[in-house]
Design a protein around this ligand. Structure first.
Ligand SMILES: C[S@@+](CC[C@H](N)C(=O)[O-])C[C@H]1O[C@@H](n2cnc3c(N)ncnc32)[C@H](O)[C@@H]1O
Length: 201
């Protein structure tokens, strides 16, 4: 059965929201402070969307595989492929159900894990997709009251408790874990904190 594209009517205007762009810029800046990427590295961006996160990281690596379930979001990214400063490979897959037969030097992700039901399973998938000492940099919302999203985009979690989130990564085997505030989003519905979890295999 064809998956529902929750972002079909959002994709074209996704980057018009300044708060959204600024949030991901804050996340990217903190990732680049915490992790030293090398020019020959190949990363995966999980839930790459229109490419807001990967476009900030691209100048520091050789290749990024952009994984997203949404055809419409990936189309927006594909249309600006020439402006991304590394080799870009776009894969339309649901990583909660399938995997890629590839190993990466690092995995990045912003604002996507709350769309995934089973966190331990996706962290295990990440672990298996990384080379030895490969890094993770995963940003998402702190626990919120459900007011962050005003439309249903396929949400399983109203943010996360940081200790529990880090604990799951630890259980799966990730090391050198650190979780810290990456960004604060102010909306008319409230103020929402975004954390960044970093670690290595
Ligand atoms: C809120 S957007 C974030 C996009 C981008 N990372 C950013 O920060 O601007 C979440 C993205 O995750 C994707 N996504 C949700 N569930 C997914 C899954 N199971 N596999 C792959 N991508 C998924 C959605 O299609 C969407 O593009």
């Amino acid at each position: 059965m064809e998956e529902k594209d929750f972002f079909k009517h959002k994709a074209q205007d996704y980057e018009k929201e300044v708060k959204k762009v600024d949030n991901v810029k804050n996340i990217a800046n903190l990732i680049l402070k915490e992790i030293t990427y090398k020019e020959d590295m190949h990363l995966m961006d999980f839930g790459s969307g229109t490419g807001l996160l990967l476009s900030n990281i691209a100048p520091y690596v050789s290749k990024i595989t952009a994984v997203d379930i949404s055809e419409s979001m990936s189309k927006v990214l594909n249309d600006k492929k020439d402006k991304i400063h590394c080799v870009l490979d776009i894969k339309k897959i649901d990583l909660s159900k399938e995997t890629l037969n590839k190993k990466f030097d690092g995995i990045i992700s912003s604002m996507t894990i709350h769309h995934i039901e089973n966190i331990e399973k996706i962290f295990t998938t990440f672990y298996d997709m990384l080379d030895a000492k490969g890094s993770i940099a995963i940003a998402d919302l702190d626990l919120e009251d459900g007011s962050f999203h005003t439309q249903d985009t396929g949400i399983f979690h109203f943010g996360f408790n940081r200790d529990e989130f880090l604990g799951i990564a630890q259980k799966v085997g990730f090391k050198n874990l650190k979780i810290q505030t990456a960004s604060i989003i102010k909306k008319s519905t409230g103020t929402y904190r975004v954390f960044l979890l970093t670690g290595i295999k």
